[in-house]
Design a protein around this ligand. Structure first.
Ligand code: GN1
Ligand code: MG
Length: 370
């Protein structure tokens, strides 16, 4: 345990009605954005708590208090519906002032309890688990369908405005801040070629063809805690980007992660492809629970959502590589480039299977047993 970490974590805990002695902690490294610690705390009376303590990334979230306001709105809304026995959502603890976050030395922190026997998977092969993950995110969508959008702040403007993301990407190419543009000419031409296709969903939303809804916006399935033994979804986490957006992006981002036969940063592109069985399982779970709240045009845009968000994510990773790795945490040199290349390979494979992807959505939305 580093003394600096312990001092910092103790300072955070001192604002909470919780045991104050830190027995142990580990750094959780799954997220690319925030700093996350699992902390075991106890006091002399024998009380013990297994906690998750997290520092919000201020480079990414310019106004963390607004993020925490949104999370409060969403958790209150979900709680207001009572316990349905379904997968829950993350619940941050109030500090002694009654706030769901605490500012320590200008940094924003929050604390929740670790959910016993839970695990966040980065890869899942079991189709039933994927179907359950689809169900958990679909249910999240359905439960939030009557939360008025104007209750939520837009914490990252244009978060999934793919058209703007691509404009920003080409600006990063023009700026060449880290002097890396020459290494990625082939990747840049991919974005030139697919710019129009990737902008289509944004244009449909701007034209009012598909509505904005309250969505999760970051539906990697490591954002669902599962029961270690049964594989059942226990809790949807990472509500930082819950904002008005498109269900097609949520569906698509989940597929980008759950449908990839390889890890998000796999350097061996021969391993990267869309697993249609994974796709079918997730789509069945997701659409089974939320197809009734979505319009025909939205349902029709789901496969496009997967292609769009995969191209967008490729552009975001590559832009960050070109900007000198300032946004996403990297654990090795070139990781953002590997991530970008992997997403490009995946997007190409999705385009190859595009008609099948659309057909599977049609079948799932029609309630066909798959
Ligand atoms: C970031 O928080 P984390 O690491 O799950 C990012 C998402 C990306 C994802 C790519 C606020 O999510 O948008 O899809 O990395 N979150 C933010 O893995 O930018
Ligand atoms: Mg996130």
């Amino acid at each position: 345990m580093s003394p600096q970490h312990c001092t910092l974590l103790s300072k955070v805990l001192s604002h909470y009605p919780l045991p104050q002695g830190i027995d142990d902690y580990i750094v959780l490294k799954d997220g690319h954005i925030n700093d996350t610690y699992r902390v075991l705390a106890s006091d002399s009376s024998g009380d013990r708590e297994d906690l998750v303590v997290q520092r919000i990334n201020r480079y990414v979230f310019k106004d963390p208090a607004k993020v925490m306001h949104n999370i409060r709105e969403v958790t209150d809304h979900v709680r207001g519906k009572g316990d349905t026995g379904d997968c829950s959502i993350v619940s941050f603890l109030d500090n002694v002032q009654g706030d769901n976050y605490t500012v320590v030395d200008g940094e924003y922190w929050r604390v929740c309890r670790f959910i016993p026997n839970s695990i966040a998977h980065n890869t899942v092969e079991d189709l039933q688990v994927l179907r359950s993950a689809g169900y958990a995110f679909g249910r999240f969508q359905a439960v939030l369908s009557d939360l008025p959008m104007d209750r939520l702040h837009v914490t990252i403007p244009d978060f999934h405005n793919t058209k703007k993301r691509l404009d920003d990407f080409f600006q990063s190419v023009a700026g060449d801040a880290a002097g890396r543009v020459n290494d990625v000419r082939r990747e840049i031409s991919f974005f030139e070629e697919h710019r129009n296709l990737a902008s289509r969903l944004t244009e449909m939303q701007e034209a009012g063809t598909i509505p904005l809804r309250v969505v999760h916006n970051d539906t990697k399935y490591n954002n669902i805690l599962m029961d270690r033994d049964s594989g059942e979804p226990l809790c949807v986490i990472d509500l930082d980007t819950v904002m008005p957006g498109l269900p097609a992006h949520d569906f698509g981002d989940a597929i980008r992660f759950a449908g990839n036969t390889a890890a998000e940063d796999e350097p061996d592109l021969d391993k990267v492809s869309l697993d249609l069985d994974h796709y079918r399982a997730f789509a069945g779970g997701y659409l089974g629970v939320c197809r009734d709240i979505l319009t025909e045009t939205e349902l029709d845009s789901m496969a496009l959502g997967a292609v769009t968000i995969t191209i967008e994510q490729a552009a975001r990773f590559l832009a960050d590589y070109l900007n000198g790795d300032v946004y996403y945490k990297i654990h090795r040199h070139g990781q953002n480039l590997d991530r970008a290349r992997c997403q490009i390979a995946l997007a190409k494979d999705m385009l190859h299977h595009y008609d099948t992807m659309r057909r599977i959505v049609d079948q799932s939305a029609g309630g066909e047993a798959l």
